[in-house]
Design a protein around this ligand. Sequence first.
Ligand SMILES: [Ca+2]
Ligand SMILES: [Ca+2]
Length: 272
Amino acid sequence: MGGNRGFKNLPGTLGEIGWANLQWPPTITQTISAINRTPNIYGQIWIEGVTSLPGPTSGLRAQLGFGPTGTKADSWQWLEAAFDSDQGNNDQFIGSLLPSAIGNFDYAYRYTTTNGRNWLYADLSGPATGTTLANPGNMSVIPSSDTTPPATPANLQVVSSSVANIALAWAAVTGDPTMYGYEVLRSSTSGGPYATIATTTNNAYTDSAVIANATYFYVVRAIDQSYNRSGLSNEVSGVAKVRKVNLTPLRSSSMHTSAVSGRSGHSTVEPG
Ligand SMILES: [Ca+2]
Ligand SMILES: [Ca+2]
């Protein structure tokens, strides 16, 4: 029944959206964290005779996005926002951000009634023309008190491969009291430049975004809860085809460090 609540969905247009915005807050100061998200960020939208009905609107989606200050919004990172509540005749959406770099950013909402084929961008002043926003939210991402990166991961290996994926594993990094996980980086050429393809809390990752028979080059780095990044591990290459691999045992890089330095007990942290 709720599926019949929709508005007239005109292909390729957003004409049915009467008004939309980034509702609140106008500014955010966020201490960088891999765990603690920003406060909730709200956006509202009005479609005549539709959003005033109780509850969410079928076929209406909203996303919350952010990018470096002054950049066009269609180049930003966007994530799906959830319906929050009815506010007067408007639908209100809710979301939060988890920025992974220090700096100054704009944020805003965008809305679609065509399942993402067209987006209406909206800032604190209301609907925007195009993707250049005059009045976005401003987010300052500041460093935390922890500025020491984890140790660099070692012994990165391709543990298996197929036409559909390449599986990687590496020695777990320990010794950073706020250790969080790893970033997996990939390049089509040895030595990079690498693009980050995943963040994981495991010391293993399976890359399924591969083309059969293509060759990929991987490195990993460790990150702590403040997104301090270690150096890059050794590079490995993988081909997306069936391959038999002989495993060599993985061992902890901090245990390795301790053994070399002759210490026992507490693990040590290598400077980045
Ligand atoms: Ca509603
Ligand atoms: Ca640290």
